[in-house]
Design a protein. Structure first.
Ligand code: OKP
Ligand code: ZN
Length: 342
């Protein structure tokens, strides 16, 4: 199984994030996550670690707003020019638009930061844009493999992507890797995205909400209890031509293997009925019982079982790395998930 990976992500490591309630903590989304995963995969010769191809900006611009991408590209350097009386570590906003971003886009850098950065877990440092681009190219390289006949491929993406919307970053995500890949695949055949990260793939939901050619499904902690709070509810099912082509499966906190499998079964049934040519998995391992951010309790054996159930769809499948923050367990969890495709 090919694994696309680019070490450029090391340039992206915001020193802290701000939790809900205002607590300032060391970023949970760390470069070390990738080292742990690589360690686990490199011990198995069936994984082939490959450098991604650069497919340029066009497939990313097809999903994200150009002014937003410009902001990501230039924000840090612009910020360095701002006179401040504090040491510059990471760009984070302290304002957000009260009108749901319906008004004009602010001219000032800090105004644009408040406009495009929709929470405090997506700080921008010098290497953020380059890392996010490299991450998206891993997903595109995976998509390219499927188009040229591969049955399965793993995009080892960092930073993750599924909270990034058409014109915003959030929750450690800047460019929506899975959405960029799925959008590209969709020009070759109907594509389904199944998001199993603990958190709802709200950026992915946003990007495909009015489209019928890409089915998006997310299984996640009920947003009535956990981040990202504002979407991921069961009554959000798509709009316009996309009505019926989005599904959310919110789960109660504390959900264990058996209940998760029952919900997964419903999601997989919808994917079968859609008859996609390609499947993209947003694979977050924060569903794991011992994850420091997740509050459901899926065992490692459960993660392996989820992999087997998805693989049984027998679809050309691109697995895209999203979250998972128990670094000691992360490599083994990813390896357990991928076993079914080897
Ligand atoms: C990204 B992914 C905890 C706040 C954490 C950010 C979570 C981002 C998760 N109180 N906020 O979906 O794994
Ligand atoms: Zn997550």
């Amino acid at each position: 199984m090919k694994v696309f990976y680019n070490p450029t992500h090391h340039q992206h490591y915001p020193p802290f994030e701000v939790f809900d309630g205002g607590e300032k903590v060391v970023n949970f989304e760390k470069p070390e996550r990738m080292e742990r995963i690589l360690d686990a995969l490199q011990s198995d010769p069936r994984f082939e670690i490959c450098a991604p191809t650069d497919f340029g900006l066009a497939p990313i611009q097809a999903v994200h707003d150009s002014a937003y991408l410009d902001f990501l590209r230039t924000a840090y350097q612009e910020w360095l020019l701002e006179p401040t009386n504090y040491p510059k570590q990471v760009l984070l906003p302290a304002t957000s638009p009260p009108d749901g971003r319906k008004g004009r886009i602010p001219a000032t850098l800090l105004g644009r930061a408040g406009y495009y950065m929709t929470d405090l877990s997506c700080g921008i440092v010098e290497g953020t844009y380059q890392a996010a681009l490299a991450s998206a190219q891993c997903a595109l390289s995976g998509a390219n493999e499927l188009i040229t006949g591969a049955r399965q491929v793993f995009a080892l993406c960092r930073p993750p992507g599924h909270h990034a919307g058409r014109a915003n970053c959030a929750g450690y995500c800047y460019i929506n890797n899975a959405a960029v890949a799925a959008n590209w695949l969709s020009s070759h055949g109907k594509t389904a995205i199944l998001d199993i990260d603990y958190h709802v793939g709200n950026g992915t939901q946003d990007i495909f909400y009015e489209r019928a050619d890409v089915l998006t499904i997310s299984i996640h902690a009920d947003p009535d209890y956990d981040y990202p709070y504002f979407s991921g509810f069961a009554d959000e099912t798509g709009a316009g031509p996309g009505l019926g082509f989005h599904r959310n499966y919110p789960l109660p906190l504390g959900t264990t293997d058996a209940d998760y499998f029952a919900t997964l079964g419903q999601a997989l049934e919808r994917i079968r009925a859609f008859q996609p040519a390609y499947l993209v998995i947003s694979a977050g391992m924060d569903i794991y019982a011992e994850d420091p951010l997740g509050q459901i309790r899926i065992t490692r054996a459960g993660i392996a079982h989820i992999g087997r159930e998805i693989a049984a769809l027998q679809l050309p499948t691109l697995i895209v790395m999203e979250g998972g923050y128990n670094n000691a367990a992360l490599g083994l969890n990813v390896a357990a998930f991928l076993q079914a495709w080897l």
